[in-house]
Write a protein that binds this ligand. Structure first.
Ligand code: CDT
Length: 310
């Protein structure tokens, strides 16, 4: 008997700097209800889904920075999302900015969680690949200050039993790195949730701009195929505080095919019936790691000759 999970990706359009969490959560609940009506068991929201993507601008005001972060999850404004999930019996994936005070010192992470159908948090991930720069670059049209506002995640790439299978997470820039998928693939992940905020314009390399959507799909399609799993890529899209961000939220099958894709750069829901055994079919044949993967030989030429070419 095949195992299927109906998964929804809830793309969000731009969030104004002035829009409060309660208003964003209201938008998210509307998408969650739509997902439920379409039979979804889990709905995925983007990276840093509760606010505008503040690493796009510079500030030195600590209180202002802290205001972009969640101290509690669920907190005062996000409780409604958890309550609705419980009421509908729908799980969700949420990206948010986490302020961790548990060690007695302030730590900030770009995080995501998996929440089950009872509204309980069952898994947490903290983003590892932080793009951008630490310093203010006033000459550029916008900043990319993730290195300044976040610490590198310290939880590794984990997997959890969830939504009828094995689920893992990565966040935005992580999706460009094959090792992120492979670490999850080695743990037999069956579905990877990945939220993103990706500007159309890359100030450090404007010649890449025309390829933004292509690279977005390229990395998630190959990550899904090479690791025999579903990938749910979900964007915050559209022009947000002057920064134009790509949409293209999509659900990628273990075949590498795209089975659903958003067509707008606004709040939009897509749904796919995901056969988790489709991944098993690839994992037990083409990508049977135990049978065909030869990691012990990969460094041989370098070891023998000191060079990395024959
Ligand atoms: N949020 C995030 O990680 N964004 C980066 C920005 C672009 S750097 C090429 C991304 O990888 O999409």
């Amino acid at each position: 008997m095949s195992r299927t999970t109906i998964i929804a990706a809830a793309q969000l359009g731009p969030i104004a700097r002035s829009e409060n969490r309660a208003s964003v959560v209201k938008r998210m609940i509307a998408l969650m209800r739509e997902a439920k009506a379409m039979g979804a068991e889990v709905v995925a929201y983007p990276e840093a889904a509760l606010t505008a993507f503040f690493p796009h601008w510079w500030t030195e005001d600590e209180a202002e920075i802290d205001a972009w972060f969640e101290r509690d999850m669920p907190g005062k404004d996000t409780a409604a999302l958890f309550d609705e999930a419980r009421r509908l019996g729908v799980g969700f994936h949420l990206g948010y900015c986490e302020l961790d005070l548990s060690s007695g010192k302030k730590r900030r992470f770009n995080s995501s969680i998996l929440v089950d159908k009872q509204g309980a948090i069952i898994g947490k991930y903290r983003k590892i690949h932080l793009p951008g720069h630490f310093e203010h670059r006033p000459g550029t049209p916008f900043q990319n200050l993730e290195k300044r506002y976040f610490e590198v995640g310290d939880l590794g790439f984990g997997v959890w039993r969830a939504y009828g299978g094995v689920a893992g997470m990565m966040i935005c820039n992580d999706r460009r790195w094959p090792e992120a998928y492979r670490v999850l693939g080695l743990q037999a992940v069956e579905m990877i949730f990945c939220g993103y905020n990706t500007p159309v314009h890359h100030p450090a390399a404007p010649d890449h701009d025309r390829l933004g959507q292509f690279h977005n799909e390229l990395c998630m399609q190959s990550g899904a195929y090479q690791n025999s799993c579903w990938v749910i890529g979900v964007a915050k899209a559209g022009v947000e505080e002057g920064v134009d961000m790509i949409g293209g939220s999509a659900i990628f099958a273990p075949t590498g095919e795209i089975v659903a894709r958003c067509s707008s750069i606004e709040d939009e829901l897509i749904v796919a019936r995901c056969d988790l055994d489709l991944g098993r079919s690839y994992r037990e044949t083409t990508f049977d790691f135990a049978k065909h993967r030869r990691v012990e030989t990969y460094g041989m030429i370098v070891e023998r000759t000191g060079r990395n070419t024959p």
